[in-house]
Design a protein around this ligand. Structure first.
Ligand code: PSU
Ligand code: MN
Length: 335
């Protein structure tokens, strides 16, 4: 038998994009030297929030991570290249929402093959974290099980079940079916931990009445729990949920009314698929006359700050460069 010649699987552009996970100099240095790095999603910038609020979100989130002593890395597909950290010129294009796709986990390969600009959702960002070894990620709210739409469930949930990353958020977006989302997280084995709270926050609201089974009160406690999580070889995420800052939290009745009206509007307009979440977020924003934008920005900043603290606590606990620590995995107290 004649040995077959190996044929290249990918053409040049795709192979190049996959080889080089593009990093900015600052992020590269932080990763190399074991510094604390926090991933930030870009879909909230390119789809979730409209200008000028998306710029404010980017500035406040990155500032909060830095203030905590960590390095922010906005993740995105930049002209077909998976990227950690955005150069200014690229960030400007994403903030202008100039032909930027919404990229969930399923969309990554096509965005790369097409050489496109893609803003990563929670699911897309988790996949990027897995590629780079980043273990802490901050966002506003995760996707989940939608209301009144039996077959619409965000890919965020499944990706959370198979990516070992600490995700800091304010719960799932208020436009969702929160009890159903919490049930799915349990089924998928995702650890949900309240940060200084015993119940699931409602994204815009402090409470939902949905009790959590775990609570922590400090970043150091999260870092210790994370060590156990890694030592056990758990494949999924640890979802750390904290309520929006008290001064920015909205009244539940106001959010419910706006959400119900937005859902009815989406139904009338026949909005489907990936367009549902951005549509509902924008509609709620209009109906709450900006109060929800104020809350959204405040909670994004608070989540980035907490994620920064956790990343710093993790690095301190290990006393090892982050890249080595990621693969060491000894059980705390059992050596
Ligand atoms: N939360 C926000 N704004 C957003 C999103 C969440 O406050 O823009 C985005 C996140 O990127 C999340 C995505 O992962 O919406 C979920 O979309 P879908 O339901 O289509 O999976
Ligand atoms: Mn969906």
């Amino acid at each position: 038998m004649v040995a077959s010649k190996r044929t290249p699987l990918y053409n040049g552009r795709v192979a190049h994009a996959l080889q080089s996970l593009r990093t900015t100099a600052v992020v590269e240095a932080a990763l190399q030297h074991g510094g604390a790095v926090v991933a930030l999603e870009s879909s909230v910038l390119a789809q979730g929030l409209a200008p000028p609020f998306n710029r404010e979100a980017a500035t406040r989130m990155m500032g909060a991570v830095e203030q905590a002593g960590a390095t922010p890395a906005v993740t995105a597909i930049v002209r077909g290249q998976p990227s950690l950290g955005l150069e200014d010129v690229d960030l400007e294009r994403f903030l202008a929402r100039d032909g930027v796709r919404k990229v969930s986990a399923r969309d990554l390969s096509m965005a790369i093959a097409d050489g496109a600009d893609g803003a990563t959702t929670v699911a897309g960002t988790l996949a990027m974290c897995a590629l780079s070894g980043i273990e802490v990620f901050a966002t506003g709210g995760i996707g989940g099980v939608h209301r009144n739409a039996p077959f619409d469930e965000s890919a965020d949930l499944v990706e959370l079940s198979r990516t070992a990353v600490i995700v800091v958020c304010a719960g799932a977006k208020s436009i969702l079916d929160l009890p159903a989302t919490l049930e799915r997280l349990e089924t998928l084995g995702v650890t949900v931990v309240g940060y200084q709270t015993n119940e699931l926050p409602g994204f815009f609201t402090t409470t939902t009445g949905l009790a959590l089974t775990a609570r922590v009160d400090s970043a150091a406690q999260i870092a210790r729990a994370w060590q156990a999580h890694r030592a056990l070889g758990r494949p999924g995420a640890m979802l750390v949920v904290q309520p929006p800052p008290p001064h920015a939290a909205l009244d539940a009745g106001m959010v419910d009314d706006a959400t119900e009206a937005a859902l009815a509007h989406a139904e009338r307009e026949g909005v489907r698929g990936a367009a549902v979440t951005p549509f509902l977020l924008a509609d709620v924003q209009r109906r709450t006359q900006g109060a929800s934008v104020h809350a959204n920005l405040a909670l994004l900043e608070a989540n980035a700050a907490l994620a920064g603290e956790i990343a710093v606590a993790l690095a301190a606990l290990r006393g090892l460069p982050a890249t080595e620590a990621a693969s060491s995995g000894s059980f705390p107290g059992i050596t």
